[in-house]
Design a binder for this molecule. Structure first.
Ligand code: NAP
Ligand code: ZN
Length: 366
């Protein structure tokens, strides 16, 4: 059996896990903390982190300017400030946006003088050590090396990656996801489901990753089938956090499939949350992959692991994406062209072409 598996992040879970595992932080030194506007505070995660830092004598500076779909320019600015602060390590607290931004900031700080776009160099950029605390159960960014940033000039997403950008330690405390709205819970769960599904389908997957992807997908599918996304009990939120971590690990090795790049224009141009944007293409992803033998077999195995038919999976996930947006003809052409540049477009058994992308956009949003 062939496998190749690399995941250097220590994963620590449980309520109160940050305070209970202080020994994994440096004793002393300086930390640049990267957050969004509010969630790090009202989830309670920032309080736990600063409590521990005060105990350990770690000096810190909080950079709370990360918005959704973080722009390269803000991360570059953060990197310069992080360097000026003399940080020894970086802590990202929040959803995928602050954690992705923390990775970029840690890379800019470790490579002073590089221009914003130089982060996309050889894919080997050194980095300051990164610690991560997720407050959403969606991206799995805390368990992989990706940092999805928005290019300011083109308003397009591009992923920065380096083997040095895996967080050193990630802390999973499901109390921090309790403050998510119903939409926030659902959208991030759909994102994590998409990671598991798209990784399972990837030609780069292998037996070991398939098991993780199927396990994550099954957990999320069971929650999604329950149809309730508000005030979820801690036990359910803990399961979602675990499954999103599995999704993060597997895409770290296989990458995602075409629902991700197809969804980027929905997010950047129409304000659709990332998870809803990916889920909108689930039915199409199944239908196109069923056009080839390898795709049909992969879909069959994944859906068997969920205990559902491909039709049930496609219908439910697409329905949960709550798609209401519209594209005009010009937008369809423009967004299809931008999607053609995405590397992960080819990371599925069936590879869609330009005409098919337009067809999908027209059918769903035309
Ligand atoms: P997000 O963009 O980090 O946050 C979305 C919204 O949710 C923000 O308003 C945020 O508030 C809020 N929020 C976060 N945690 C909350 C909590 N516990 N309670 C209440 N509100 C909370 O959301 P995300 O879906 O986790 O991340 C999406 C980003 O990750 C996208 O840029 C996507 O491209 C990227 N991504 C990365 C990977 C990867 O592997 N690295 C994979 C998939 C997606 P604040 O602004 O106050 O924080
Ligand atoms: Zn995603």
């Amino acid at each position: 059996m062939l496998f190749n598996f690399y995941m250097p992040t220590r994963l620590i879970s449980g309520e109160g896990c940050i305070k209970a595992n202080m020994s994994f932080f440096p004793k002393g030194g300086r930390c640049f903390i990267v957050t969004g506007k509010k969630s790090a505070v009202f989830s309670g995660a920032l309080d736990d982190v600063t409590f521990v830092f005060d105990k350990l004598g770690i000096k810190y500076k909080i950079f709370d300017r990360i918005v959704e779909n973080p722009p390269v320019s803000v991360c570059h600015e953060g990197g310069v400030l992080c360097r000026a602060f003399g940080a020894d390590f970086v802590m990202g607290i929040g959803g995928g946006s602050p954690i992705d931004a923390a990775k970029a900031i840690a890379a800019y700080a470790a490579n002073p003088g590089i221009a914003p776009m130089d982060i996309y160099g050889d894919g080997l950029l050194p980095s300051l050590p990164i610690f991560a605390v997720p407050t959403t159960a969606g991206t799995g960014s805390e368990a992989n090396q990706y940092s999805v940033l928005t290019i300011d000039e083109t308003n397009q997403k591009r992923t920065f990656t380096s083997p040095h950008s895996y967080p050193k330690v990630a802390f999973f405390d499901c109390r921090y996801t309790a403050s998510l709205s119903e939409d926030g819970t659902l959208s991030t769960a759909l994102d994590a489901f998409s990671h598991c599904f798209e990784s399972f389908m990837s030609p780069r997957s292998n037996a070991m990753m398939e098991q993780l992807a199927a396990a994550g997908g099954r957990i999320i599918w069971n929650v999604l089938s329950g149809g309730i996304f508000a005030n979820l009990p801690a036990q359910t939120r803990e399961k979602l956090l675990y499954a999103s971590c599995l999704g993060g690990i597997v895409i770290g090795m296989t990458g995602t499939g075409f629902p991700h790049p197809l969804g980027y224009p929905l997010t950047l141009e129409k304000g659709v949350a990332h998870g809803f944007a990916c889920a909108a293409f689930c039915g199409e992803y199944i239908a196109y992959n069923q056009k080839c033998e390898a795709g049909r077999a992969r879909i069959e195995s994944f859906c068997n692991a969920l205990g559902a038919s491909p039709k049930e999976v496609g219908d439910r996930i697409t329905m949960l994406s709550r798609n209401k947006i519209r594209f005009d003809k010009q937008e369809i052409n423009k967004y299809a062209e931008s999607v053609m540049k995405a590397k992960n477009l080819a990371n599925s058994p069936y590879i869609i072409n330009y005409e098919e992308i337009k067809e999908i956009y027209s059918r769903l949003f035309g």
